[in-house]
Design a protein around this ligand. Structure first.
Ligand code: ADP
Length: 496
């Protein structure tokens, strides 16, 4: 059995593949192992999917290698682009089903899930457009030499993605890799394999040749580790925790020195100046931390408010946070669904306990919501000092800390007081402050008077321990191409 019939409140019955997608076919794992997929909303078992072990990773890599050498690396850029655009169209055709699968499997609110699928389609189409615009150049050196520089695909790419944006991360990874002429083996997170398997069906329907995109479900320590250390994978791209990112890099270094790109954790500062439009700022600060239940690597979890509006800000922000509807993800007006798993739930509750014990003031939230599913109330701590654990460590849940600052210089100092550097934001009506602080913050993305507004045309990635390389935009193509110099001698032999 490599498929089953599942049901969601929004789709009724639908066809859900459960096998490993290798060579354009759904297959069982070599060892015939399966694992359960849990619904975070009610903790029930949704279904079981096939688990990839090292042997399945080998098979998927062989398929990807054959596709790369056999046809894909020489496929016309126009056709590569056409297939990606077709895949984007199929995502849009099936947006309701894909979004419902995300809500079922990940617990994200259905309106947000639809946003994710729409953005995934946008990303695939964007890279479809890039496929025939990846260009080299001619470099003149001496009159008797003709030199040109090509951007060539890297080869077989292993891609490991997390559970917080299952289908969006899938598109972010596959789009640039495939546009540039690589083939891929992508492993989804063990918590959320379902939407990617449904999307795998669409790969075949779009007409991709077998082996170009292989999608496997499995555990990090087994299938993920096998990808990171595989001798026949040319590049590994990973999104997830900094802890695992380090392991991936070590595995790449001690195997075949495959190229590595990492998009890791964050502890992003969200800085609000006295002169900010306070309603606007509160709305973006709320969205910055509580969107996707706080499960965003770029979540604005450290909120710094200038002293003149500090008290007013806290009161108004509390009111705003209490209006976020935390409920069943399939209800149209739900803003926040459950956390992904018992493990994450326990971690987050542990941080909340720590915050209270360390002396931060719990302004709102802090408790489980309901008695079934992994729901946590939006939680705000104030009076947080820089040495507290909740100010330093990534919580990855609906928990934020607020602290007061005096001057612009103070704001920059505390904003940069982290080992991470993924994102940051500044709220102010003063253009000079906006630009000065944006340039001083050591982060890959800085938002001004907004938050979490990612777009596939704009590069995204980390300074410091938040990662290596960039996703999205033209920049992502640099991670999926390698530069070749061809130098042709035009004149006579130089040495007789
Ligand atoms: P989280 O802690 O948020 O679950 P992880 O970094 O553990 O994030 O997981 C992100 C992705 O990395 C998942 O697909 C997971 O299976 C994978 N992963 C976890 N551990 C490893 C590992 N040792 N090697 C390779 N991949 C891993």
């Amino acid at each position: 059995m490599v498929a089953t019939t599942l049901k969601t409140p929004h789709t009724g019955d639908y066809h859900q593949p459960t096998g490993l997608f290798i060579n354009n076919e759904f297959v069982e794992g070599v060892d015939k192992k399966t694992f359960e997929v849990i619904n975070p909303t009610d903790e029930s078992v949704i279904t079981s999917v096939h688990e990839a072990t090292e042997k399945d990773v080998d098979l998927a890599v062989s398929a990807a290698r054959k596709a790369f050498e056999g046809s894909w690396r020489t496929e016309t850029p126009e056709n590569r682009g056409r297939l990606l655009v077709k895949l984007a169209d199929l995502f849009e055709r099936d947006i309701d089903t894909l979004a419902a699968i995300e809500s079922l499997d990940n617990g994200k609110a259905i309106t947000m899930a639809k946003g994710d699928v729409g953005m995934a389609a946008g990303c695939l189409r964007y890279y479809g457009g890039w496929a025939d615009k990846i260009e080299g150049k001619v470099v003149d050196t001496t009159p008797d030499t003709f030199n040109y520089i090509r951007k060539e695909p890297i080869g077989v790419c292993g891609q490991i993605i997390p559970w917080n944006f299952p289908i969006l991360m899938w598109a972010w990874k596959i789009g640039p890799a495939v546009a540039a002429g690589n083939t891929v083996v992508i492993k989804t997170a063990e918590q959320t394999p379902l939407s990617a398997l449904y999307a795998a069906k669409l790969i075949k329907e779009a007409g991709f040749p077998p082996g170009v995109i292989n999608v496997i479900s499995g555990f990090g320590k087994i299938a993920g580790a096998a990808i990171a250390s595989h001798m026949n994978i040319d590049k590994v791209a990973f999104t997830g925790s900094t802890l695992v990112g380090r392991q991936i890099m070590k595995a790449a270094a001690s195997s075949n020195l495959k190229k590595v790109t990492l998009e890791l954790g964050g502890k992003s500062p969200n800085i609000v100046f006295d002169d900010a439009d306070i309603d606007n700022a509160i709305s973006w600060v709320n969205f910055g931390i509580f969107f996707n239940h706080g499960q965003c690597c770029c979540a604005g979890s450290r909120i710094y408010v200038q002293e003149g509006i500090y008290d007013k800000f806290i009161e108004r922000f509390k009111e705003r946070a209490l209006k976020n509807k935390v409920d069943d993800p399939f209800q149209a007006d739900t803003f926040q669904g459950p956390q992904i798993s018992q493990l994450q739930f326990d971690r987050i509750m542990g941080y909340i306990k720590h915050g209270t014990e360390e002396g931060a003031k719990l302004e709102v939230g802090g408790k489980r919501k309901g008695d079934r599913g992994f729901f946590i109330e939006p939680t705000i701590f104030s009076g947080v000092t820089e040495d507290m654990k909740i100010s330093q460590e990534e919580i990855f849940g609906p928990v934020c800390s607020i602290s007061k600052f005096k001057t612009k210089e103070d704001a920059i100092k505390v904003g940069n007081n982290t080992t991470y550097g993924l994102a940051a934001a500044v709220h102010t009506s003063n253009l000079n402050t906006a630009i000065e602080v944006s340039h001083a913050l050591r982060a890959g993305t800085v938002w001004v008077n907004t938050y979490n507004t990612l777009h596939h045309q704009l590069p995204f990635g980390g300074f410091k321990e938040s990662g290596i390389g960039r996703e999205l935009g033209e920049a992502a193509l640099d991670n999926y191409t390698q530069t070749k110099t061809v130098s042709i001698r035009l004149g006579d032999a130089l040495f007789g």
